[in-house]
Design a binder for this molecule. Structure first.
Ligand SMILES: [Zn+2]
Length: 228
């Protein structure tokens, strides 16, 4: 037996686990565009399938046992319901507890857009990354390779407004199941605003997006040292 101890890596609450599968497609249907109430629906839809704005959410099983999440993490993917839970209620994406909040607002980490040379992008930044407690903000900067490579900055937002969702836009397909729309790669990471009522009935949401307002860049190391 090996005496080598492997430190178990911390897995954020929102990270997708192996064995958690999307099951939306099975019962997804559409009422034709142009009819009142046109758009996507589940043939066995329940109250938790839509958010407060009436947008339909992707279903995904959860690998939980005794409230413990199981399964190998799929590091680059997030679980739709768990991401929505944290983003809706503004809970830490790592531990689903209260995030760090000071007079400057809630703590978020964000990577600058490609080519950004100033911090002009931070005010009004759209993010699908829920806030963090100090402990898990530090863990994220230490262990998330992509955040380090992209030069992530720690931000505080006084007003993280609900903005819209990331997801897949569908179109009706006669009597056949609805089909995802071909929009091109430039739309892949573009969130859909809740205000675009023409499209919201046709998106199957997978991540909730907030618009960060009242933003200040903060120094995470200094805040940790000061015990903020
Ligand atoms: Zn946390």
């Amino acid at each position: 037996m090996s005496k080598t101890k492997t430190r178990t890596p911390f897995v954020p609450y929102i990270t997708l686990r192996e064995g958690e599968d999307a099951s939306s497609a099975v019962t997804l249907a559409a009422r034709p565009r142009g009819f009142k109430g046109g758009g996507l629906y589940y043939t066995d839809e329940g109250p938790g399938d839509r958010d407060d704005r009436g947008v339909l959410w992707a279903r995904c099983s959860q690998s939980r046992q005794h409230n413990q999440l199981l399964g190998t993490p799929s590091w680059s993917d997030v679980h739709p319901s768990r991401q929505r839970e944290c983003m809706e209620a503004l809970l830490c994406q790592g531990c689903v507890q209260q995030p760090s909040r000071t007079s400057l607002g809630y703590l978020f980490l964000a990577a600058p857009p490609p080519g950004a040379t100033t911090t002009d992008w931070i005010e009004g930044h759209h993010t699908a990354q829920p806030p963090l407690c100090l402990k898990h903000a530090v863990v994220a900067t230490e262990r998330c390779g992509h955040l380090m490579r992209e030069g992530a900055v720690a931000l505080r937002s006084r007003v993280p407004r609900l903005y819209g969702v990331l997801g897949t836009l569908y179109e009706s397909n006669g009597l056949a199941p609805p089909q995802p729309m071909e929009l091109g790669p430039e739309y892949d990471d573009a969130p859909l605003s809740y205000k675009v009522r023409r499209h919201t009935p046709w998106i199957l949401a997978s991540q909730l997006v907030r618009e960060l307002r009242g933003v200040t860049v903060v120094n995470l190391a200094e805040e940790v040292a000061a015990g903020t």
